[in-house]
Write a protein that binds this ligand. Structure first.
Ligand code: AAO
Length: 453
């Protein structure tokens, strides 16, 4: 089947990392649908090893849809509720490997397993043993064979070249499709040859959105570009570059952000300010801890027509491995926004800029302005306008040329537009397409046609 790109007017993905199914279901109806998110990405739904770390989800022990996040029935209700709210569902699919714990055990839903033995699913002949580094682990990312045939942090590495393994993986993905799922984030894609993914994809019962996790590594032989024939690919350089610009360079440099910076072609690029790995492991990226600057970086991402954006939504954490709020048995608790959960996707600036993205979809950039430093502005031709002042002081008394039709617009950075009214400042664009405004330090103004009074 052909790859279905996120389609229709609504393409923004909200990544509700580690949310349980009842909470995702209710968020689709209360927030994601109304705010215009097109997709929700959910954490791995299959049975996993036990423990309270978040990353237990990345160690499958069977393909039963039964995890700390909920049962199969709850998963199905979640998919239905999201669809009813106009939100499609992308599943984080772990298909490169099974568990990594050297000893065996019992999985979340009661399946027993050993490292390399998952009764009724895979036996030891279904895994790679690369015979390197003493423990079969990947050490050298500059060696293609090693990256695709050794074990990623001891995780039993599936022989994705084998017909049986391919059919078993496709059966798992097809089961999810039968529950109504719309797409997959393929975890650890770098560790599977692109041709193996292509073969598994060809076995899907219907078309599905595909986004592959291939972290760009300078000088590594396996590149994100190799995977673009299968679908979208995460562009990890985007969040790192954007953070550097916001922290220590100049926003003026963003005028050709994306392909002009050597990033993937826009049509196959999946972008984010941070994801669940980079917010923990990459000191450079902006995260919820950066508060206002994080919101501005997301506003830029949503305003700028490059790639398919994902908005990260996190739980609060203070140590790398700490799992989400959960009960004594490690069952994930219902999400309570702003109490143990950051809910970045609800932050007014970010949620309102999703509406900007939708209103401006398909238009180019015009009227670029920068002051050579940290004040920028641009139009999304005929549909929207944003100006970001990341200088250390206010910029007052200036006028901005938007090219927009005359009218009164809600400034969606400071106000929410609902039923024809704006809860914040209203900006008047004159008959020639100009408006005048003051912008405080580290702040912005954004207007679009779907928020015109
Ligand atoms: C846990 C324990 C382990 C234990 C294991 C098994 O932590 O000690 O051995 O269980 O019992 C997650 C957690 C792991 C966890 C695992 C399983 O992060 O801590 O292990 O679940 O529970 C590589 C892969 C990439 C992968 C990333 C973490 O290529 O696919 O490592 N990400 C996904 C998920 C992730 C998950 C898994 C895969 C496994 O998103 O959450 O792990 O399912 C370079 C390479 C990258 C490489 C990184 C890290 O990146 O290029 O390919 O990613 O190194 O090794 C700059 C450089 C860039 C570099 C990057 C590093 O940006 O430009 O080249 O820095 O941050």
């Amino acid at each position: 089947p052909a790859v279905a790109a996120p389609s229709g007017g609504k393409k923004v993905i909200a990544n509700l990392f580690e949310w349980n199914w009842p909470s995702v279901a209710s968020e689709c109806g209360s927030t994601l649908g109304p705010k215009g998110y097109g997709y929700v990405q959910v954490s791995p739904p299959q049975e996993h090893v036990r423990g309270n770390q978040w990353w237990v989800a990345y160690q499958p022990v069977s393909y039963r849809i039964e995890s700390r996040k909920g049962t199969r029935a709850q998963f199905k209700s979640m998919v239905d509720a999201c669809h009813a709210a106009g939100v499609k569902v992308i599943v984080d699919a772990v298909i490169n490997h099974m568990s990594g714990q050297t000893g065996g055990g019992t999985g979340w839903a009661g399946s027993s397993y050993q490292h390399h033995v998952y009764p009724g699913i895979y036996q030891s002949q279904d895994f790679h043993y690369c015979g390197r580094n003493g423990n079969n682990d990947i050490v050298n990312y500059n060696d293609r064979y090693e990256v695709q045939n050794c074990e990623l942090v001891n995780l039993s590495d599936l022989k994705t070249e084998s017909d049986y393994v391919r059919s078993r993986l496709a059966a798992y993905l097809n089961d999810l499709l039968s529950l109504g799922v719309d797409g997959f984030r393929l975890d650890a894609s770098k560790h599977m040859p692109a041709a193996d993914i292509a073969n598994i994809r060809s076995r899907l019962s219907r078309s599905a959105y595909i986004v592959q996790e291939v972290i760009y590594g300078a000088g590594e032989p396996i590149t994100p570009n190799e995977y673009t024939g299968n679908g979208d690919v995460h562009e990890f350089r985007y969040g790192k570059d954007l953070a550097r610009v916001f922290r220590s360079e100049r926003l003026a440099y963003l005028r050709n952000f994306g392909e002009g910076w050597g990033h993937l072609p826009t049509g196959v690029s999946s972008v984010f300010v941070d994801n669940h790995d980079t917010q923990r492991d990459d000191g450079g990226v902006l995260t919820y801890r950066d508060r206002g600057i994080y919101a501005l970086a997301n506003a830029f991402m949503l305003a700028w027509p490059y790639g398919s954006p994902t908005v990260m939504s996190s739980y609060t954490f203070s140590s790398r491995d700490a799992g989400p709020p959960s009960d004594g048995g490690n069952k994930t608790l219902n999400t309570v926004c702003y109490s143990g959960w950051e809910c970045e996707h609800r932050w007014p600036v970010i949620a309102n800029m999703v509406g900007f993205r939708n209103a401006t979809e398909g238009t180019g950039v015009s009227n670029w302005y920068d002051n050579g430093n940290n004040h920028i502005a641009f139009s999304r031709t005929g549909r929207g306008y944003i100006t970001i002042n990341d200088e250390g002081s206010a910029i007052n008394g200036r006028s901005y040329y938007t090219g927009l039709p005359a009218g009164r617009y809600c400034d969606v950075i400071h106000g929410t537009f609902t039923n024809g009214t704006c809860s914040g400042p209203v900006i008047t664009v004159d008959a020639n397409g100009w408006f005048a405004a003051n912008i405080p330090a580290h702040d912005a103004i954004a207007l679009h046609l779907n928020a015109r009074l």
